[in-house]
Design a protein around this ligand. Structure first.
Ligand code: KG4
Ligand code: ZN
Length: 358
């Protein structure tokens, strides 16, 4: 079964053809990072206009690189939410129109579930129960997945996502956007033990995460020690490298410490670490060490599948399609989509009260 995946939830326009949920036949990603960089983050209005221009050529390229025709595509999977409303709408409307024109099934996919499925390629098959840490610029959650397709959030960030913390600290130090890759690079030459940043304690005792206190601790260090943010083109000094390494170590310790604690409680057979921050090699090493201590495997997506892509959307969509699910033309973008179908009513609704569908 050939599924065409389409992703446009944030700043990547992507399309991919995936065979039977596990084989990438083609994957095309157009990143908008260069366009947003001067603004220090994603500008939603610019993002949706760019998606509108790119969606058609990217889908056509994915189908042509796969060496197939549109008539060979069996179904379409598109990111329905969460994400930026204008960006999501471009993918959703395009997918519905294409599905209608080709007279094939289409389905809306939760972007976060897509990240879970990014490990479906280049890894052995996931054994359940699994525990998945999804860390990106917009999300930081740990999901308990007792069997395929069932999700319970067992840890969430109370404030910033981990990737967002990388981006904000990077901005503070004059290192540019996105922050993750540049902080990781500088941290290679830094001393992670130079500054000790505190680990957040959640007062109600839940195994949740918090990164805004860490960001404030870095800001305080910068102020009290008169650290000068880098000017454009200036090379980083040792102090900035040490700050990058110490900050990164604090994030990794919080993420992997919480993942391991929950794994000891829930005894999963597999760990999954995915999302943009999963590119980070320090995080990867720490998660590998933790998995060895636990005696279970940990799967990561390969680098090009860590950040947003459409292959993971096709893989997640395939799982739902083979169970017989599909959408109709009333399907619409939903920025408030949560990934949880286990647990109590309050948990399932999540904390967002406002429904924003279009
Ligand atoms: O998954 P993604 O492409 O988009 C979202 O859905 O948010 O993740 C982007 C995030 C950014 O915040 C970026 O700084 C972070 O992932 N990131 C990294 C690394 N590469 C990207 N964070 C830490 N280390 C990296 N190497
Ligand atoms: Zn993402």
């Amino acid at each position: 079964m050939l599924v065409l995946g389409i992703e446009s939830s944030c700043d990547e326009t992507a399309a991919s053809v995936v065979r039977d949920g596990r084989e990438i036949v083609s994957s095309v990603i157009a990143s908008q990072i260069d366009m947003h960089r001067p603004w220090g983050g994603v500008v939603p209005e610019l993002a949706s206009r760019e998606h509108l221009e790119k969606i058609e050529p990217i889908v056509v390229e994915a189908v042509s690189r796969a060496g197939v025709n549109f008539a060979d595509i069996d179904a379409i999977a598109v990111t329905q939410g969460p994400g930026l409303i204008g960006s999501l709408l471009v993918g959703v409307c395009y997918a519905k129109a294409l599905g209608y024109a080709l007279d094939i099934p289409f389905i809306g996919v939760n972007h976060i579930e897509g990240h879970v499925y990014s490990v479906a390629f280049e890894n052995p098959e996931v054994e359940y129960p699994a525990l998945a840490l999804i860390v990106s610029g917009g999300h930081t959650n740990i999901f308990h997945i007792p069997n395929e397709g069932s999700y319970k959030v067992v840890s969430r960030t109370r404030d910033d996502a981990a990737g967002e913390a990388f981006d904000k600290v990077s901005k503070m130090l004059g290192l540019g956007y996105p922050g993750g890759p540049v902080i990781e690079k500088l941290a290679l030459d830094g001393d992670a033990g130079k500054m000790t940043f505190p680990q957040a304690k959640i007062s109600d005792g839940r195994p949740d995460l918090s990164f805004s206190g860490l960001k404030t601790a870095v800001a305080r260090y910068v102020r009290e020690n008169e650290v000068e943010p880098l000017k454009e083109g200036e090379a980083a000094n040792q102090q900035i490298k040490d700050l990058a390494a110490s900050f990164q170590a604090a994030v990794v310790k919080a993420l992997v410490g919480t993942l391991e604690k929950l794994a000891r409680e829930l005894s999963p057979k597999t760990l999954i670490v995915a999302g943009g921050v999963a590119c980070n090699q320090a995080l990867k090493r720490a998660a590998d060490d933790s998995a060895s201590r636990l005696g279970i495997p940990v799967y990561f997506p390969s680098k090009h599948l860590s950040t947003d892509n459409a292959a993971m959307i096709a893989a997640a969509g395939y799982f739902h399609l083979i169970k017989g699910s599909s959408a109709d033309l009333r399907m619409t973008a939903d920025v408030t989509m949560r990934l949880q179908n286990l647990g109590n009513e309050e948990d399932i609704k999540g904390r967002g009260k406002i429904k924003y569908r279009m």
